[in-house]
Ligand binder design. Sequence first.
Ligand SMILES: Nc1ncnc2c1ncn2[C@@H]1O[C@H](COP(=O)(O)OP(=O)(O)O)[C@@H](O)[C@H]1O
Ligand SMILES: [Mg+2]
Length: 278
Amino acid sequence: MGGLTNNNGINSQPDEEGEGCMEMVESESLVIRKRSGAYLTWEKLEVVVLSSDGFQSILSGINGYAKPGEIVAIMGPSGCGKSTLLDSLAGQLASNTRNTGQILINGRKLRRTYGTMAYMTQEQALTWTLTVKETIYYSAELQLPKWMPKSEKRERADRTIREMGLQDTVNTRIGGWGVKGLSGGQKRRVSICIQLLTHPKLLLLDEPTSGLDSAASYYVMNQIVKLTRQYNMTVVTAIHQPSTRIFRLFNNLCLLSLGKTIYFGPAFAANQVLLILS
Ligand SMILES: Nc1ncnc2c1ncn2[C@@H]1O[C@H](COP(=O)(O)OP(=O)(O)O)[C@@H](O)[C@H]1O
Ligand SMILES: [Mg+2]
């Protein structure tokens, strides 16, 4: 196990699917790897919390899928199990919980190799005193594999900074708690930027727009949509009360209520289906 381990505990070894699945594409003077995508499925997912007097169900009988180049939005009221579903898909459930069911990527069990998956939790912490550039460069150093030359890591970091529209803020400190720095939207973009550094096939996001106004939320989600298509990523995101404009960006909707799926299907059809169901 010679590789680095990133903040998701994913080993930084080359992708097990191998270079054979990759198509080399020239872009912006950089050679990038256009990889085969990750088709994610989850079936009969159950999660229970263990306690001294037995266990309590948080998720039950959850089914769904996410396709490369598409975004699935997980929606539902607070406490319905959105974060638990993402934790489960990421293999990062809390120690007092147990899950059953099947989570597969391209028909096989998730293997946590470099570039497979990135997960942005809701509470991702950033260091206030660092600038955007320092934050992304250090993350690139930690997350990208040992075999990658430093110059390539820098290039990847600069490119990701541009992709998230952060190029004008590179020398601004993150800030917080009375220290002047980035806006809420810019901080979210830095957090997403960190997750994008490894060009993950599967990106899981927990409420990337929480606390942002509608313009900042749209900007963040729109960038994610563009990158999802560009890198053929599979994206699953929990989102709370999106605007109509943002909702239109989603391909599929997974609507949860009290730990159960009440709708899974095309986002555009959700209105009619829910109307019929009610
Ligand atoms: N590790 C845990 N221990 C105890 N209860 C938990 C744990 N994780 C989640 N829960 C409970 O499960 C329910 C769903 O939580 P969560 O997935 O965070 O909901 P959401 O993200 O939709 O707001 C909540 O009632 C929450 O309190
Ligand atoms: Mg949550």
